[in-house]
Design a protein around this ligand. Structure first.
Ligand code: PMP
Length: 287
């Protein structure tokens, strides 16, 4: 079955799904996006993704004619038509197609694109046993990384540096402060306290981050939303990262040095149970 994509109201073969060369997403990175996990054919955390998408559009003054209901219906239709049970749903909305000019165009409707691709979530469950490695890079992004735009060049370069170093992720560090990963949120555990950078303009407010904070607090665990330093991370009892596509993964090395004895720890293990139970509750999916 050929892969199908959604472009401005139409579902068509991925190979022939295109946007105009003067799409503002291409020319200026003038576009926002979401990535959602789909398990058992069900979109995980759809409502929070929708809320963030709307906030991002509002922050940039992009108007999307499609309402929430039809957007969800079209996304589900695309997933069903592709026949995937486990996949990632990608949604991108640009300010539209217009003659190249920095200022906003008049009367150009937003371009809405959706794609899906198969994804092996069971791999994430297996990775809980081994954990992953991270490196660090200077955070040289712009000042509004809380807006989920397609302008991801610093993130791309950081992720590539991680790949070349044999690591899963690059943690972005400003001064001595660890902010987040190139596509994941960063966490440490010290003396039973779970610590992650506060929301604001320095990190992307991750859906996985938000839902983990809620679940951890419901389970009577202590979560501190505060910046932590690289020195604290090196000295932490445990470290881990979260995102829609990573779910939750233990960090066992930072820049080649073992964290927490180089093994996934008990608090991360307990949090992973909460995460995967929530996945099962929402979608019925089990590894
Ligand atoms: N930080 C950055 C920079 C990201 O790109 C992502 C992934 N979108 C995240 C954190 C994690 O966000 P989420 O939990 O919504 O996937």
């Amino acid at each position: 079955m050929p892969q199908l994509a959604y472009v401005n109201g139409q579902i068509l073969p991925l190979a022939s799904a295109t946007l105009h060369v003067e799409d503002r997403g291409t020319q200026f990175g003038d576009a926002i996006y979401e990535v959602c996990a789909v398990l058992n054919g069900q979109i995980l955390d759809w409502q929070p993704h929708l809320v963030r998408l709307r906030r991002n559009l509002a922050e940039l003054g992009i108007t999307l004619a499609t309402a929430d209901g039809p957007l969800g219906l079209q996304a589900r239709r695309l997933i069903a038509r592709n026949g995937h049970r486990e996949c990632l749903l990608y949604i991108q909305i640009s300010r539209g197609t217009a003659r190249r000019d920095h200022a906003f165009p008049q009367g150009a409707p937003a371009n809405l694109v959706m794609t899906v691709r198969r994804f092996d979530f069971a791999q994430r469950v297996r990775q809980l046993g081994s954990g992953i490695k991270v490196i660090t890079r200077a955070d040289d992004r712009w000042g509004r990384v809380d807006i989920k735009t397609t302008g991801l060049l610093p993130n791309v370069l950081a992720k590539q540096a991680a790949r070349e170093a044999g690591a899963f992720e690059a943690w972005l560090v400003a001064g001595s402060e660890v902010r987040e990963g190139s596509s994941t949120n960063a966490w440490i555990v010290k003396d039973g306290r779970i610590i992650t950078h506060p929301t604001g303009t320095h990190i992307l407010p991750g859906i996985a981050r938000d839902s983990l904070i809620r679940m951890a607090r419901e389970a009577q665990m202590v979560v501190e939303e505060r910046a932590f330093t690289l020195a604290e991370a090196r000295d932490a009892d445990e470290a881990f990262l979260t995102s829609t596509t990573a779910l939750i993964l233990p960090v066992v090395a930072i820049n080649g040095e073992a964290v927490a004895g180089g093994k996934p720890g008990p608090v991360t293990h307990r949090l992973a149970e909460l995460v995967w139970n929530e996945v099962a509750r929402q979608t019925g999916w089990r590894a």
